[in-house]
Design a protein around this ligand. Structure first.
Ligand code: SF4
Ligand code: SF4
Length: 92
């Protein structure tokens, strides 16, 4: 299990022009702007969990990034440690 960054869309102010996390993420094609939603978006297959994006977002007082555990089979876990829905209802 390891951690990846996830953007809390309601808190992200990318629509106001913020691109801090995108500028600071050291991984290519990892953290980008979702131009349809106008929020930052993490590609969990690329994220190395370095937390740099969270540090800069928190420093700017947006607090729009949280680190979320990923299970060995690549599923995002929720806070209780259960596999969370990834765009579909969790059936288990
Ligand atoms: S730094 Fe935070 S508020 Fe700014 S674009 Fe990234 S997630 Fe959104
Ligand atoms: S945790 Fe690191 S690698 Fe992952 S999105 Fe944030 S800055 Fe990029």
């Amino acid at each position: 299990m390891y951690n990846v960054a996830q953007v809390i869309e309601e808190k992200c102010v990318a629509k106001k022009g913020c691109r801090l996390c995108i500028m600071y993420c050291p991984e290519a094609n990892c953290l980008d702007l979702n131009v349809e939603k106008m929020v930052a978006e993490v590609n969990i297959n690329r994220c190395k969990g370095c937390e740099l994006c969270k540090v800069v977002c928190d420093a700017a007082k947006h607090h729009a990034i949280e680190m979320v555990a990923v299970s060995a089979d690549g599923k995002l876990m929720d806070k209780a440690g259960e596999a969370a829905a990834l765009g579909q209802a969790y059936q288990g």
